[in-house]
Design a protein around this ligand. Sequence first.
Ligand code: SAM
Length: 216
Amino acid sequence: MIMARERVQSAGVFAALSALLTHVELPESAPLILDCGAGTGHYLHQLLDAHPDSRGIALDLSTAGLKRAARHPRALALAWDLWEPLPLLEDSVDLLIDVFAPRNVSEYARVLRPGGTAVVVTPRQGHLAELRETGLLGMQGEKLDQLLSQMAPGFGLPESTQRVVSAIPVETDLVADLVFMGPAGHHREHAELRAHAESGGVSHITVDLDVSLWRG
Ligand SMILES: C[S@@+](CC[C@H](N)C(=O)[O-])C[C@H]1O[C@@H](n2cnc3c(N)ncnc32)[C@H](O)[C@@H]1O
């Protein structure tokens, strides 16, 4: 799963999201970036590269992902359950990101410093719709109003929500990886997914996300 996610990310499927994240403004002096449910740390690494004075912490349950997340010289990777109190002081984080991961809103509000930024990325209904149409994915997107009401007790209303939508040409291997990297890929063989993808004839996929931003 981790390797499939890495291949999908390095193929640039989520490049538009990366561009948006790396343009979020950060304080100049050694900002701390926290990636909750960081996976391989893909976005954290891009943020650390975009902000040479920053330091980052990746939290995830998956140690396989964290081994990769730890590879950046300014990243600390911690195996941590997001539903536990986070191992951070209050008001210590300048930028918190949560991309497709569970959200511990009260802890996020506790650790984000006043004036800091929290960015949550959720899939919309149209996200990877081509894979659902061919039966490769059962996953549904999330409703933005549900996210907003979940975040409201800790953060109030978001400063902005931006939709990221792009059509990406894909080949069979990438289609199989897109399924393999998520829960629908559990207990399935890559070769079987590849055959299913080939018969589905998917030539492009839609990336369709909401990127919502709150100030602490
Ligand atoms: C869909 S993946 C997204 C990974 C990464 N943010 C990305 O976009 O590449 C969701 C991640 O959340 C992590 N996760 C799920 N539940 C978690 C929990 N309770 N505590 C910490 N991490 C969790 C999973 O291990 C997985 O890496």
